[in-house]
Write a protein that binds this ligand. Sequence first.
Ligand code: ZN
Length: 288
Amino acid sequence: MPHRLSAVWRAKLQGISLLLLAALLALPATAQMGGFGRKGMGGERPAGMQDNSSVSSDGVERLEHEITATGLSVAFPTEFECAPIASPFASPDRFDGSTRRGDRNSGLHGGMDLSLKEGTPLLAISSGEVIARGEGGRLEGIYLWLRHAPADTGLPFWVFIKYQHLAALPVPNVGDRVQVGQVIGLSGNTGTTGGAFGAAGYPHLHLSAFYGPRSEYIKKGMFNSMVQGQGAALDDPLILYLQGVSDLKQVRNVSNEHRQISIAVVGEDGAVYPTGSKSVWPVRCKRK
Ligand SMILES: [Zn+2]
């Protein structure tokens, strides 16, 4: 009798395993992969998820939507001297006035550049979380991504910031929380000279910013170096320093006298000026 029972159970268990295997094979590829799915792998995105960009074989992001200048500019505290913007967002020119290549963002700059000596400490422009770091494609070099919650910046958006061309892999790890003004890495030349920039590469920080309604994101691209926040759009990094903006469309309607933004800074002593500011310039400033 016990022998007969166990034989029945063996048969039942075999049946269950076969059913499980069949169910697993029938699952679509995306369900097995998890996440939102990936480009080129048959993945589907949930409703409301924007995907305006694609990544080419050299790992460079190409946007299919237009980017436009905001007309925002910066004013540093009068007693401080800071590294200026060498090439602003949506500019057709590089730091030296030469014209950008036309095959990326219609030849317009997808971020802002600061020309820096290699080894300049880079600062977290707001408190936030490290969500990605690594070495990207030929034009990216070593990069770091931070995600800022509305409570970090005082803005009604989630902000995803990418720092590029770092000298070495930055110290904070994915998942670490950083405080406004904290050193997060050193500037460098990676992904500029010798890459597709050729001899025209030079040491600088390229900063790009994406603004969106949600905290969720996926990583994509050849090097997993491209963070796509759900519903997030690439725009001027200077928007992060604006206060009282409730909508990205509003940014381009800001009156001329409000287009110059007072920027909070970190001095060489590491102190934030004015104290308590939620966002600061990405490098320390010298007291005059
Ligand atoms: Zn740049």
